[in-house]
Design a binder for this molecule. Structure first.
Ligand code: ASP
Ligand code: MG
Length: 463
């Protein structure tokens, strides 16, 4: 049995969704689908919470928008009258529930993490309900189940939950085994599970991939297929590098490293559960369903050039915390990182020297992180600088940290293009090497490295 994840990017307008439903009907029998919300619906739910908090008059309009969006798609994929009517009734029941939650939010005057997670989980619920109606209308034996009703158990951390694989496995075997089998199609909304105390908890934005990996482990699937509207993992971002190639096979470790970059191919934690049970992951392009895509498995064949991808991330800023003798002062790193963590800010990476701690953060977090550090008393540092005009380049490939000469080739490639390397980080990963350049140098830097490893050396000279 396969677990197939259908991403929100494939669920846009009625016509694209009709095509996805046809693909599901054609290839989905005997398998389980984990679905995302229709494109933009989760954003709409999250963005509407402050409006509903301020003024309850905003709520009916929002519910109408959701209703209209789902009706519009349903008219195209559930074209027969009685089936459409039955679907409208089910949708109304779900939307009434959601509406009550929005009024609750307005009444309590607070967007609690608990309420935020329940409300944002509705996009996936509505999508599963809609797609199931469309498949049933085609005479297929399709049904959907809600994660909190079938025991997809999490650790209860709102907005960033982790699944309990053992308990979830037991519950899924019990509740879902009878619903799967030859000819049957089972749908599950992605993105959330339920805490041991019964709270809906989401896995973070883009978390349906992770849900699908959890379902793959829980149901002991042979393979996890991720349906997207892109080819798969690429040797670089095709928007920056015209010669970027598809990566046909990569290892769990390489995929995990690449998932952290802006390419948004996979939710960063998807690989975790799949790797534990050695479940293969394949990325499939719904626009070219016969194309091979990328495959992720335990071992990837060594490529000639050892590196698989030159990735980049522009959403990055550095906070430099200057203090003398950093390396000899016990506790300073802990103090700095706890103050930042207490604000709920994620530190992407840390590099320290004797006089400075450099923290890599998402750019939007720079100001709040600085404030958090200024609040430490007594101050364990001399001054803080923030730098925003930087971008991160990551070279990813199994074993590259132990390959003599790879780093040297990268740095001489960028030096040849007169690009200055601002900061280097050899992280603990065997599969990646990261460094920072000025944002204006990103395109030349990435192209220089890519052409060094993937084709004849060529350098986009700066003018
Ligand atoms: N719908 C959720 C989001 O937009 C989860 C997902 O798409 O995977 O973040
Ligand atoms: Mg999404």
């Amino acid at each position: 049995m396969k677990i197939i994840k259908v991403g929100g990017g494939c669920l846009k307008d009625p016509k694209t969704i009709a095509r996805i439903v046809a693909l599901m009907a054609d290839r989905g029998r005997g398998h389980v689908f984990v679905v995302s919300a229709l494109n933009g619906v989760t954003d709409l739910l999250i963005e509407s919470m402050p409006a509903a908090l301020m003024d309850e008059a905003a709520i009916p309009g929002l519910i109408d928008r959701l209703k209209h969006r789902h009706h519009q798609v349903a008219r195209c994929i559930v074209p027969d009258k009685p089936a459409l009517k039955a679907y409208y009734r089910d949708l109304s029941t779900s939307l009434n529930r959601l509406e009550r939650l929005f009024y609750g939010l307005n009444f309590t005057r607070e967007i609690t993490p608990r309420l935020k997670d329940v409300i944002s989980s509705f996009g996936e619920r509505l999508a599963a309900q809609l797609l199931t109606a469309a498949l049933c209308r085609q005479g297929l034996s399709a049904t959907y189940r809600l994660p909190h009703k079938i025991g997809l158990i999490t650790d209860g951390k709102f907005g960033d939950a982790t699944a309990d694989l053992t308990k979830t496995g037991r519950n899924f075997q019990h509740h879902l085994a009878p619903l799967t089998g030859p000819g049957k199609i089972l749908l599950l909304p992605g993105f959330f599970g339920v805490s041991p105390s019964g709270d809906i908890t989401t896995f973070g934005r883009g978390g349906s991939d992770y849900s699908a990996a959890v379902a793959a482990v829980a149901l002991q699937a042979e393979v996890l297929e991720i349906w997207k509207d892109t080819q798969g993992f690429m040797s670089a971002d095709p928007c920056l590098v015209a010669e970027a190639e598809l990566i046909p096979v990569l290892s769990y470790e390489e995929a995990a490293e690449l998932a952290y970059f802006g390419a948004r191919i996979l939710h960063p934690r998807t690989v975790e559960p799949a790797r534990k049970k050695r479940i293969r992951i394949t990325i499939r392009n719904t626009l070219a369903p016969e194309a091979p895509g990328s495959e992720i498995r335990s071992r990837s064949p060594r490529s000639r050039q050892f590196i698989k991808s030159v990735a980049h991330d522009c959403d990055i800023g550095i906070l430099k915390v200057h203090a003398s003798g950093v390396g000899a002062r016990p506790g300073i790193l802990g103090q700095v990182s706890s103050a930042i963590a207490a604000r709920g800010i994620n530190i992407k990476s840390v590099v320290t020297s004797q006089t400075c701690i450099s923290l890599l953060l998402a750019r939007k977090d720079l100001v709040a992180a600085r404030e958090a550090l200024m609040g430490i008393a007594p101050r364990p540092f001399r001054k803080i600088d923030a730098q925003e005009d930087v971008a991160l380049i990551g070279i990813v490939g199994d074993g590259i940290q132990h390959r003599a000469g790879i780093a040297a080739r990268c740095f001489s490639a960028v030096a040849d293009c007169r690009v200055n390397v601002e900061m280097i980080s050899f992280g603990p990963s065997r599969a990646a090497l990261y460094f920072l350049v000025k944002k204006k140098d990103l395109e030349s830097g990435v192209n220089a490295i890519h052409s060094t490893f993937f084709s004849t050396p060529r350098c986009r000279r700066k003018v």
